[in-house]
Structure formats: C-alpha cells, structure tokens
Design a protein. Structure first.
Length: 125
C-alpha cells in the first residue's frame, strides 16, 4: 500500500451490535453501500470513492474479545477498483491483554455498479 492520498479514518466499535465501523474523517455525501462479503459492507460517496467500511459480527469474524475492538491501534485499507472487480485488503491492529494482535481482511467482488478504475487508501493516522 502506498503512502500518498491516504484518507484519514476514525474507527468505532459498537459492543451491543458487534459492529466495527471505519469512516473517513473528510466530509462526504453518501451514495450507496455494496456488500463485499457476508457482513462486510463498503460505502461509496457521490464521487464513487470508498469512504467507509462496516464489519458486522466483528468479534466473531476476528475471533477476538469485544473489549479488544475498543483498543484499535492500527488500521489501513486499500480498495482497488477495476473494470470487472473490486478488491479490498485491510490490516487491523488491536490490543489484547496489552499485546498487539494483527488481523487482516481480504475480499473480492464484481464491479456490477461500474465504478471507475482506481485505488483508494484509508488509514488510521
């Protein structure tokens, strides 16, 4: 993942619903959500730029205690859009018993909505 044009994000975890949300700190106008995988939702703005990610059943997906998802120390995501596909790669670092635990996410789906080609990077800065 490169270091230029990275959108800064905030990460929020909702214990009650077990949803981890990662959202760009820049102002944007929401357009639509696509489901990358079961429980992995990627939001786009009106300019067809990925701006947020929701991870449903996050503690189960990562096999982590819920409390650890309130201790995110690192997050970086790259979304690559091509004519026929959208791929997402993310790395998440959380503290579990004061030890950093690294988790990764990889997902791939078809570009049914014809988003323009490009690479977007979002990170906790």
């Amino acid at each position: 993942m490169g270091e230029n044009n990275i959108q800064e994000v905030i990460c929020r975890y909702d214990v009650a619903s077990d949803i981890l949300g990662v959202k760009s700190t820049k102002k944007f106008e929401y357009r639509e959500t696509i489901e990358m995988d079961d429980g992995l939702l990627l939001d786009f703005d009106v300019n067809n730029v990925p701006v947020s990610l929701e991870i449903l059943d996050a503690s189960k997906r990562f096999n982590l205690p819920c409390e650890s998802l309130n201790n995110i120390v690192f997050f970086k995501m790259e979304v690559c859009i091509e004519d026929k596909s959208i791929s997402l790669k993310a790395i998440l670092g959380v503290l579990v018993d004061n030890v950093e635990n690294i988790q990764d996410i990889e997902s791939f789906t078809s570009n049914h909505n014809h988003y323009p080609n490009g690479i977007s990077e979002l990170a906790l800065i």
